[in-house]
Design a protein around this ligand. Structure first.
Ligand code: NAP
Length: 284
């Protein structure tokens, strides 16, 4: 059986490093703050926001939560973003997505100051990722990179296949693998012979949103398999894009869902917030 990559343990380690650094900063009178904005009462978003608040507490950041009602207008939300952009206590701003339908995610994100955009969704930060000039790493793909690193795998020269090309996961994931000298293929819904392409991968990252779509016949013997998916199976149980039971014996390393990529995303958000805070205080 392949080794299971313990996302909870890796994320706990990352958060502990951040906590120690935050403690040192506090001794110098520097405090780090994250503002989290949630609009409406979407249950999943509320859980995510609560987890982000908890993570702030763990690492010693100040967190400022703004819960706005579902009918909030674009103007009201932009007013808040503007206030947070100017608030010196706030180093990072996170607007929880998806927003209610009447609000345009893009308009809101484009109005967050790039140096406070700890989700790395602002076009300035997306552009920086393309050229390898990282202020902030995109949280989920950066978490995936930490998990690959934790296996001791050297990405250089490896065949890497990313299934999914979304702006928040697939595309930035491919860029990070490329910057680490992987030979990268990006697959999507129009890819022909997906199974064949995936089975060439030394490192396979699935970010599709289709429960248990990747079965053992998609993976190469000994591949590192990272499952970004957060899906529901036929019984409504949380699962990934990878059929874990089917693939675990063929992979050399594999992430479970839950307990794989999920915890890493929040840890990377904390890291970006620390990076932002240090930059705001002129600390290297
Ligand atoms: P998304 O925006 O819906 O993108 C899905 C991608 O998968 C698209 O590029 C799509 O191709 C491709 N795709 C769909 N069906 C396919 C098929 N049959 N064969 C090959 N490719 C196919 O999703 P996302 O936001 O990237 O999220 C993907 C998954 O990751 C979801 O389960 C989501 O919940 C999860 N997620 C987890 C975290 C975390 O922290 N763990 C964070 C973000 C997302 P086209 O472009 O051609 O449509």
């Amino acid at each position: 059986m392949g080794q299971i990559i313990d996302g909870k343990a890796v994320s706990a380690k990352v958060k502990e490093e951040i906590r120690l650094e935050t403690e040192k900063l506090k001794e110098q009178g520097v405090e780090i703050g994250l503002a989290v904005v949630i609009v409406g009462d979407d249950h999943a978003s509320q859980v995510y926001v609560r987890n982000k608040e908890k993570a702030c507490e763990t690492v010693g950041f100040n967190s400022f939560k703004y819960a706005l009602h579902a009918e909030t207008t674009e103007e009201e939300l932009l007013d808040l973003v503007k206030k947070l952009n100017e608030d010196d206590r706030v180093d990072g701003i996170l607007v929880q997505l998806p927003l209610p339908k009447h609000l345009d995610d893009k308009v809101i994100i484009n109005n967050i100051r790039p140096d406070k955009d700890v989700d790395a969704f602002h076009p300035v930060n997306v552009g920086k990722i393309m050229i390898g000039d990282y202020s902030f790493l995109p949280c989920t793909p950066a978490g995936v990179m930490e998990l690959i690193k934790s296996t001791g795998t050297d990405i250089a020269g490896k065949e890497c296949v990313v299934v999914g090309r979304s702006n928040i996961v697939g595309k930035p994931q491919a860029m990070l693998l490329l910057h680490n000298n992987g030979t990268v293929t990006i697959c999507h819904s129009k890819t022909k012979n997906l199974k064949e392409v995936c089975s060439r991968a030394d490192i396979l990252v699935a970010a599709v949103g289709r429960p248990k779509m990747i079965t053992a016949d998609y993976i190469k013997e000994g591949a590192v398999v990272i499952d970004v998916g957060m899906d529901r199976d036929e019984n409504g149980k949380l699962c990934g894009d990878v059929d874990f039971e089917d693939c675990k014996d063929k992979a050399s390393f594999i992430t479970p869902v839950p307990g794989g990529v999920g915890p890493m995303t929040i840890a990377m958000l904390m890291r970006n917030t620390l990076t932002a805070g240090k930059a705001h205080h002129g600390i290297e």
